[in-house]
Ligand binder design. Structure first.
Ligand code: ADP
Ligand code: ASP
Ligand code: MG
Length: 595
């Protein structure tokens, strides 16, 4: 019998009427011949209210007790849902995460799922019940209740769909699908008929709150088609699957995270192990770091800048102060009034001129870019918080995201769209392994075809990056990585990018001319660099990946020149001569998880 998982978010179960409406949807699916597992979130704003209460009694509530508290929200809704279904004349049983057998690690408030037992759910389904699972929660080895992080009910749903090998996983929410950006923020946003796992993963981790990023990780790892749709209408919604909506468009969506903070460590000793000393401390606290930029060191010192969610600033500063003492860092600066705006698209990897279109649009709107990081399928910029929304709008308009792509698929296909053979791993094999959310690495690669250009002392005003990449594109130079960082000196930034070795001269001609025009401090280049990449799934949320890379490279005595991260890849640039050695050390470091 086909099996379907239906997840209902907080607003879809916000009151008794809505609970009854959701109950009817599940009953209908059962009557159509499916076994049905429902995953339910806490009602309305319950989780926020509980958090609020916790902070009223304790400024720093213990994480274990926080989980004990927050998990009650979901327990209320599953019980009510079971009662609602019973009142409509059907059989239902509600279960907490612990009762299902959702085993997690012990990282309270951000726990990761290790394994899920299917036995109890199967028995109940076979007896004709609708199974109602509490989202967002599990239990660790010592029977402590854990929660999976805000928005984590999506992750419960896709995890259950994976272990039960469900035919589809429906995410019912208060929008009728995944849009090119948040439709509440940019009304012109367009609903996509489908989106690839990779794009959704990036968008979710860069601010698109419609899906929890770790849910998308599960979808990709275990080949679960995810159908995002409205609780309140019958619009077909959006399928999250292997294939993108369009192969041609460079950008398929954009997102912002409004509450970011930037931290800059000025005068870090430029030697192997410095990054490790900083980021290992953050990883230990499970703080997700983004936009990591290390400036090329001058006189033996480097600056490291990175961003973290604003609410983790305090913990981050604690961690970097520890590192500062160990390393002898000159000073630490931070800015908690910044926001990150990103564009995402699989098509970007095959086109030139995408970055400069984005920078140009921002320059024309008078918006200053403080930091830049790129990966194969995303470009992120850091801007002043009060300019984030205009920046998002401008970017959305520039890439004409309101228009359906000419080659796009128009209908949503709710059935399983890709053969399981395309799944990155043997699903059955992965399900048999204990650690479902464990690290998944599929490749370690060395690229020695690139060279680096660095412009130092770039004035921190709108339009410089736009001009640089416009002229570089006009010279037909293909730019791979771009990083721009705030460099600790007021009003100045450092801009580095990589280009094919064969195009270094052309890129340098442009860079030198513009550096003079803009009165920058100087231009330098390195014809001999090596890019080392580790690729896999969910690399950003696995805070340990970059750390393992830094650790391995530091041990091999290799210094890092540039770093960039995305959900599917972490890249570091090192000295060209260290390439082979670096590759070997990474292969060794990831040997245990490399598929
Ligand atoms: P639920 O409680 O059902 O999990 P969420 O509030 O977590 O719902 O997610 C739905 C919300 O996500 C929408 O109301 C919308 O404002 C927001 N959102 C952000 N980005 C997007 C996007 N790209 N497409 C659709 N919705 C988005
Ligand atoms: N109730 C939890 C939250 O608000 C989990 C969820 O809704 O996904 O974050
Ligand atoms: Mg949600």
């Amino acid at each position: 019998m086909p099996l379907i998982v239906q997840k209902f978010g907080g607003s879809s179960v916000a009151d008794a009427q809505k609970i009854l409406a959701a109950a009817r949807k599940a009953i209908r699916a059962q009557q159509e011949g499916n076994q049905v597992v429902m995953v339910v979130s806490a009602m309305g704003d319950t989780t926020d209210d509980l958090l609020d209460l916790a902070y009223q009694v304790n400024e720093r509530p213990p994480a274990r007790e926080m989980d004990m508290l927050l998990s009650t929200g979901e327990q209320v809704s599953v019980a009510l849902m079971a009662m609602a279904i019973e009142s409509l004349g059907h059989k239902a049983v509600s279960l907490t995460g612990g009762q299902i057998g959702i085993r997690t690690d012990s990282t309270h408030t951000k726990a990761r799922i290790r394994s899920v037992s299917t036995e109890r759910m199967r028995k109940l389904l076979e007896a004709g019940n609708i199974v109602i699972a509490a989202g967002f929660q599990g239990m660790d080895e010592d029977w402590n209740i854990t929660t999976l992080g805000r928005g984590g009910s999506d992750t419960t749903a896709v995890a259950l769909a994976a272990v039960l090998q469900a035919d589809t996983c429906e995410i019912y929410t208060d929008v009728d699908g995944v849009y090119t950006t948040d439709p509440r923020v940019v009304p012109e946003a367009r609903r996509m008929s489908r989106i690839s796992y990779d794009e959704m993963l990036e968008l979710a981790s860069l601010g698109a709150g419609v899906m929890h990023n770790r849910a998308v990780e599960f979808g990709k790892k275990f080949d679960v088609p995810i159908h995002v749709r409205s609780s309140f209408s019958d619009v077909p919604g959006t399928m999250i699957v292997n294939e993108p909506e369009s192969r041609d468009v460079p950008v398929s969506g954009c997102a912002m995270t409004k509450s970011e903070a930037r931290i800059t460590l000025v005068g870090v000793p430029d030697r192997p192990g410095s990054s490790l000393a900083v980021f290992s401390r953050l990883a230990k606290r499970a703080i997700t770091v983004d936009m990591v930029v290390q400036n090329i060191g001058e006189d033996g010192k480097a600056d490291i800048s990175f961003t973290v969610p604003q609410d983790e600033l305090r913990a981050t500063l604690e961690a970097v102060q520890e590192a500062a003492q160990e390393l002898g860092i000159e000073r630490i600066t931070h800015d908690d009034q910044v926001a990150k705006v990103s564009v995402v698209g699989l098509g970007m990897a095959r086109q030139t001129g995408v970055a400069d279109r984005m920078f140009q649009a921002l320059a024309e709107a008078g918006i200053n870019i403080q930091m830049i990081t790129t990966s194969e399928i995303k470009i992120s910029v850091l801007v002043r918080r009060d300019e984030a929304l205009p920046a998002l709008r401008v970017v959305h308009a520039t890439f004409e995201l309101d228009r359906p792509p000419a080659d796009g698929v128009s209908e949503t296909r709710p059935s399983k769209p890709t053969p399981a053979a395309q799944c990155p791993v043997d699903v059955v094999q992965r399900l048999a392994t204990m650690d479902m959310e464990g690290l998944f690495i599929d490749d370690v690669v060395l690229d020695q075809s690139q060279a680096r250009v660095t412009i130092r002392g770039v004035p921190d005003v709108p339009g410089v990056a736009a001009k640089v990449f416009e002229e570089v594109a006009a010279a037909k130079v293909f730019v791979d990585m771009i990083v721009q960082s705030y460099n600790g000196k007021e009003g100045q930034a450092t801009l580095s990018f990589t280009v094919p070795k064969t195009q270094l001269d052309a890129a340098m001609t442009v860079a030198k001319r513009l550096a003079t025009d803009f009165k920058c401090q100087g231009v330098s280049s390195s014809p001999d660099i090596a890019k080392l990449s580790v690729s896999g799934i969910g690399l950003r949320s696995h805070t340990g990946v970059a750390m393992r890379m830094f650790d391995a490279l530091a041990e091999a005595g290799i210094n890092l020149a540039m770093i960039n991260t995305s959900e599917v890849r972490v890249n570091v640039v090192v000295d060209g001569k260290a390439g082979e050695k670096g590759l070997a050390s990474l292969q060794k470091a990831f040997g245990d998880v490399l598929r």
